[in-house]
Design a binder for this molecule. Sequence first.
Ligand code: PRP
Ligand code: MN
Ligand code: MG
Length: 181
Amino acid sequence: ADQISDDITEVLITEEQIQDKLAELAEQVARDYEGENLLLVGVLKGAVMVMADFARHLPLHIQMDWMAVSSYGTGTRSSGVVQIRKDLDTDLHGRHVLIVEDIIDSGLTLSWLLENFASRGAESIEVLALLRKPDAMKVEVDCRYVGFDIPNEFVIGYGLDYAEKYRNLRDVAVLAPHVYS
Ligand code: PRP
Ligand code: MN
Ligand code: MG
């Protein structure tokens, strides 16, 4: 269909709810990292919107870097095989790292990233994820900052894609089954 609205069954989290939550998480992060030199690592491409908005709620000096990994390809399910498409520019040795993610689904991407980052000698590594699906998690991921726990449905928008589409929707919405079945 021509319009994004034709392809969604419901809006799950509105733009306003997202911004309120990110502001709240930023307050927490600002308290926790006061006086530290914090590196935010956004996981491309899904985390672009979260990073852009969350970082602007933060009153701290931060640095930003990006890692591109992909495990989904064009389907609705994680393949479990994580590929690095773009590596960090920053040396993590001795750094306080906060990984910024749009969603923890099976947890496979993040558990792989956490292990990968730990081996680079970071001083601390924490995770911020806007969304988490408790009923879909296949591996336990320690996530310090979570925006919303959501049901196990395929969601799109606010950075989240299906086959590279819908990332530009301002809300988080449930993808209509007719799109992928
Ligand atoms: C999506 C999402 C997370 C990951 C979560 O990324 O943005 O990074 O999957 O799924 P998991 O917990 O089951 O691993 P994707 O691999 O689709 O790449 P993208 O960010 O470029 O869309
Ligand atoms: Mn992603
Ligand atoms: Mg994706």
